[in-house]
Design a protein around this ligand. Sequence first.
Ligand code: P1T
Length: 379
Amino acid sequence: MKFGTKAIHAGQEPDPTTGAVMTPIYQTSTFWQASPGKHQGYAYARGKNPTRTALEKCLAALENAEHGLCFSSGMGATDAVIKMLKPGDEVITGNDLYGGTYRMFTKVFANYGIKFHFIDLSNPQNIVPYINANTKLLWVETPTNPTMQIVDIEACANISKAHHLTFAVDNTFASPYLQNPLALGADIVMHSVTKYLGGHSDVIMGALITNNDEIHEKLAFIHNSCGATPGPMDSFLVLRGLKTLHLRMKAHCENGAKVAHFLKNHPKIEKVYWPGFEEHPNHAIAKKQMRDFGGMISIVLKDADLQRTFDVASSFKVFTLAESLGGVESLINHPATMTHASIPKEEREKAGVVDSLLRLSVGVEDIEDLLEDLQNALK
Ligand code: P1T
């Protein structure tokens, strides 16, 4: 089955009791047992709920994978991956990450004796000197949030295999429409489902997808034991959102390319981060591992102090100033004070997340309105 057909149908059969074509919202915490342990596959909804099962199957299908698990947020999903580790274990990851991921690694799990190395992954060979006998996990975001660095997934997978590391990719910015890390050798794909998969800025959810039975068993155990599981209503909303994922992503990519080219020639802009430009340092890798370049773009304003940056960010009429991304509506965000505020200034500036950087999530509105809004806000 092709991608769009799977987005609409995978994991979803007409309801066996009523024939309902859409998967019902099974709003129940528990399930009847004929005698102790004798149930119809569902016992207690933290462990399993039929609406969530349909969604997990659909998400796994979109990554061409065997197993999917949905979590109550993207952070909940990341948390479960790190909980596979033990005190003393080490993780290698990028130096440009979603601020919440950086915060969890440095402020939560560092206290449990797990060591994190934040390094420049634009050349995967940079990983090798950091590997030692304690290194267990390579955690990669690509494209990165917010500077749109591209990390070579296949090269990272080869290094991980050679050194017996588990390799996880946060595929949030690309979505499975643009990139399938498991096919390139990753062990785990993580998604903030909140973003493109949900697609309508009305749900917080995360997912972990894998083809490795052993990893899936470990993650499923943590999922049920620690309990960061989403409810059936949210699962239904994402199933509904997924039905247009392929249509939305096409439109995000088209609008994203037009906005990126418009901004590139704008006199008030110093720099545009978008992997579709030929001069992007890893454009060739982006072309190799992604089907298109997406709707996420970051810009650095020319000669702008914090006040000027705030003034620009607040003057949009169509783009909404808000955290998050990947919904049908265009959003603008100031990473330094919003999504990446928990990263110390010196750290974030090493990756280019300066005070004059703004991040755009280009939505699927009419392109003329988006370009006019940008033109007016950048005056
Ligand atoms: O918000 P949540 O569903 O918990 O997902 C966390 C997360 C994980 N990974 C990436 C790459 C992300 O961008 C996010 C969430 N990001 C934002 C809210 C943001 O505006 O960047």
